[in-house]
Every structure is written in structure tokens, then in C-alpha cells.
Design a protein around this ligand. Sequence first.
Ligand code: C2E
Ligand code: CA
Ligand code: CA
Length: 447
Amino acid sequence: MKDQHTLSVDDPEDLYLYSLRKMAEENLDKNRVSLTGLLNLRAFLYKADELIRYTDKNYAVIVMDIAGFKLINEFCSRSTGDELLKFISGCFHAYECETVIASHFRADIFALCMAYGSTEDILSVIEDLSEKIKSFPVSCKVLPAFGICLVEDKTQTASYSIDCAFLAQKRIKGSYFTNYAFFDKAMHDRLLLEKKIENTFDEALATNQFKLFIQPKVDMQTGKIIGGEALVRWIHPTKGMISPANFIPVLEKNSSIIALDKHVWKKVFQFISDLKLKDGLEIPISVNISRVHAYDDTLVESLINLSSGYMVSTELVPLELTESAYSENVNLMYQKIKTLKEYGFLFSMDDFGSGYSSMNMLVNQPVDEVKIDKAFLDHLENPKSQKMFQHTIAMLHDLGLRIIIEGVETPVQREFLLHTGCKYAQGFLFYKPVPAEDFRNMLLNQR
Ligand code: C2E
Ligand code: CA
Ligand code: CA
């Protein structure tokens, strides 16, 4: 590897590189942020890549922003916000030297690329910056949060290191007691997994690797199956079964979930239609609607077309939406729910009690059924939790809503639930999710 200080002017290739660098460095002065005078992102990327690649030291990329900076702008005035940014840039600027680059990316986001000997060096810089920034005289609290990425090898780009540092920083967002986080192996693995999922999804969908599983819903008194919930499983040719908890959040990020959900719904309508034609059975199977569908203009049309195409009545496919689907983009989703209800679809509020503002939603949204989240059952040994649970159930019944208890795992829970007036449940005590064909056999057996 070439060191930037050992370029030889006698070597034409070196001379060429040398003049290119000189030109770039002279240009860097034009790449400074006018408010703070620090290098902007573009210049930072260039200089950090140069440092990392051509000097024989270990480097860390650190990003920082201020929790609630917007509030400072709003409550203490914009000029106070600007003064704070200038003050911070002074703190960062003080560290600039041969082996440290400071930058102001945008708004309240600052960065350092610094050589280090041990992680203690990095932590002492963070502590020093933190103390100074917190001392800025302003009535709102100024809380800096740092994300750190240790550059693993000379080929790792500054741009990738910045992404990793932001990812680490995201983990401590909203935490009052921690003000820094390192990008670690688990985050790295998750990032890789996300990339793999994104890259293989289309092929997996085209080659039918996503299978329909169904978890029975039961009448707790009699044990009879009264319906089911469609849950997707990714059966990977080499990795085996992948749980939806691992891939659904990734697909929601890039909206591929829309295609996957439609694939699942189609299988469900087909399954219900077959059940009726071949076995003379009719049973509702609910499907999950990701909150991303709020932006899907073909949602209503897709479901209606499936219902008419397979000649399956809309009431046989209740639509499960999580609380967050109701609360985010309220208006976008509300219009779609209203139209689907006019066509006879029933709505089930999923994971009730796991989020917030559920009560308001019960009043404002056209909900037919509520699925009580498993978390509600976790503390039932506590008498206060029991009281809360009993009153919640009474209220939901009073509102005329059907209730399903999710995640019932023990006979003790079943007894308590029956005693509280709950009738229907879905949980491992009764059945786990099974392949659609097994679900059909269960139905045939209970006939
Ligand atoms: P969910 O909609 O709340 O589904 C219920 C989850 O609880 C299922 O996990 C089910 O296996 C699990 N479960 C049921 N009973 C018990 C129990 O007694 N104990 C425990 N520990 N767990 C129980 P699963 O299948 O892993 O699905 C996880 C989540 O992934 C689902 O939560 C749902 O939000 C999402 N999901 C699954 N399939 C689809 C799909 O086709 N489309 C969309 N958009 N989301 C899906
Ligand atoms: Ca569900
Ligand atoms: Ca649920």
C-alpha cells in the first residue's frame, strides 16, 4: 500500500496522482458548510477515504446528532439553534489535525473520522465533546448521541462506515442514559441478512418458496376449530424454514410486503374455495394486512377481485390490521377500510394492547373484532393485571366486539380466560400454525 507522503515526483504515475490530490485538496475549501466552516459530507467522504486507505493507522468514523434539536429551534428560536451549531462545530474543529477530520453533514449532524490506538481514545473524545456540548447555555436540554464504526480494513469505504455508525446510533435514539453505541457484529450480520433477503425475494416469490400456514382459532370451551389465521412461512431451498419475524420487517422497509401479502391472500381465497367445492366446508380464515398497504392504491381492488374470482364471500376472509396500521396514516387507511367494509369485509384489530391509543381507535375505526395481544397474558398472576384484563374484556364486550385471545399457552390461562367470559382463542395450548393441507385434515377430522 502506498503512503501519501512517499509519493515520488520522479515516477510519472505518482506525479499524476500527486497533482490529482493537490487539485482535490484545493477544492475542498469550497466544500465547507457556510454556517459552521466545517467540511461538508462530500469533502468528508473524499478525505476520510484518503486517510483510511493511505495511512497506516486504525480509524473510527463517528457520527453525532442532538436529540430533540428541532425543539431547540422551535422553543428557543432559530438563531439560538444556529449559535448551538456554531458552538458544536468549534468543539469538532478543535480535534482537526493530520489524522482527524471533522465534518458538518447537515442540520444537527456532525462527524469525525479519527485515528485511534484503543477504544478508550474514542470514548475520551466522545466524553469530552459531550461535556462541552451539554454545557452550551440554553433552556432546553442538549443531548448529543454518538454512533461509532471502527473501520475494519483498508478497503472499507467512508460511506459504508457512516451508514454503520448511523445504524449504531439509531439503537440508542430516545435513550436518556446512553449517549453512544458501537456498530457491532450482530448489526453487521443483520445488515447482511437484510441485503440477502432483499436480493433473493423476487426469485423466492416466483419459485413458490412462500408457503401458506394456518393457525387454528378455537372455541376454548369445546376445543372446536372455528376459523384460522393465514401465516406465511418462507421454505428456503438450503436454509429451511425462515420465520416471518426475520423477513417481514425487511420486506416492509422496501414495500415488497405488498407483493407477498397478495400472494398469501390468493392462496387463502383458493384454499377456501377448494374447501367448499371439494369438502363442502365453509370456515373463515383471516389474513394479515401490513400497514404498508396504506400506500397501496390497488389494495381494495385486489381483495374484491379475489373474492369475486374465487367466488368466496368477503365475510370469510377477515382482515387483520395491527394497531399501528390504524394510527399511522389514519386517513389513507381509513378510506380503504371504509370501502372494503361496504363490500362486506370484516376488520380485526390485531395485537390489541401492545401499542398505544387503542381506545381511541375503537371509537373512530370500523372494527368488528379485537385480537388481544399475547403480552396482555404475561402478567396475569398480578392481581392488578387481572383487574385490568377483566375490565378491558368487559368494555370490549360492551362495545359489541368479538374477542380473540392470542398466545394462550397454559391450562391455567385457559381457565382464567373462560372465567373472565372469553370464548375464543388462538395459541400453542391448542394448535401451532400448520401447513394449509394439515389444517384441512384437522377440519375433516372434526366434521
Ligand atoms: P401475528 O399476526 O400477531 O400472528 C400471530 C403470531 O403469534 C404468529 O407468529 C404465531 O405463530 C404466534 N403465536 C400464536 N400462538 C402463540 C403462542 O401460544 N405462543 C407464542 N409464543 N406465539 C404464538 P408468526 O407466524 O411467527 O408471525 C409473526 C408475525 O409476522 C405475525 O404476527 C404477523 O404480524 C406477521 N405475519 C405472518 N404472516 C404474515 C403475512 O402473510 N403477511 C403479513 N403482512 N404479516 C405476516
Ligand atoms: Ca395477525
Ligand atoms: Ca397478533
